[in-house]
Write a new protein. Structure first.
Length: 142
C-alpha cells in the first residue's frame, strides 16, 4: 500500500481507494481482480476434413513444382514465397487430413478458439490471454 497524489486536489491518498476521501474524485480502476475465478473449459477434437486436406496437399504439390521455375526465370523472392506457401499448404493439409485440430472456449473471454493438438500453451486471438492444456481442459494461467 502506497500513497499517491490525487489529480484533483493534490492531497496524498492511498493507492487502494476508489475515490479521494478529501474531494470525492473518482480514480480510474484499471486493476485486474485477482479474486476473479476463470473456469477451465473442455477441449473437443475437430473431425478430420479429408476433402479440404487433400485439396491443400495438391495445391502444396503444385506450388512446390512451380517454385523452381519461378526461382530460375523470375526472381528468388517470388520463388521463395512460392516455396513458403507450398510448405504452409502441406502443413494445413496434414492437419486437416489427420484431424489434429482442437477447439475450446477461451477461459477468459469465452470465445471459441481453434488450435493444434501439439500445442501446450494457447494464446487467444481475441483477448490475447494465455491458457495451457491440462487433462483435456484449457486452463487459465495464473
Amino acid at each position: 500500500m502506497a500513497l499517491i497524489t490525487c489529480p484533483e486536489c493534490s492531497k496524498q491518498i492511498s493507492d487502494t481507494t476508489d475515490s479521494c476521501p478529501h474531494c470525492g474524485y473518482k480514480l480510474a480502476v484499471n486493476k485486474i481482480d485477482v479474486n476473479l475465478e476463470f473456469k477451465k473449459t473442455e477441449i473437443t477434437s475437430l473431425p478430420p476434413k479429408h476433402a479440404v486436406g487433400i485439396l491443400e496437399i495438391i495445391l502444396g504439390c503444385i506450388l512446390l513444382v512451380c517454385c523452381l521455375p519461378v526461382i530460375l526465370y523470375f526472381s528468388i523472392l517470388w520463388g521463395s514465397l512460392t516455396l513458403f506457401f507450398s510448405i504452409g499448404f502441406f502443413y494445413f493439409g496434414k492437419n486437416n487430413l489427420t484431424g489434429s485440430n482442437q477447439e475450446a472456449s477461451c477461459p477468459y473471454c469465452e470465445k471459441v478458439i481453434t488450435f493444434d493438438k501439439s500445442t501446450t500453451r494457447v494464446k487467444c486471438r481475441y483477448c490475447k490471454q494465455v491458457s495451457v492444456q491440462k487433462d483435456n481442459f484449457l486452463t487459465p494461467v495464473k
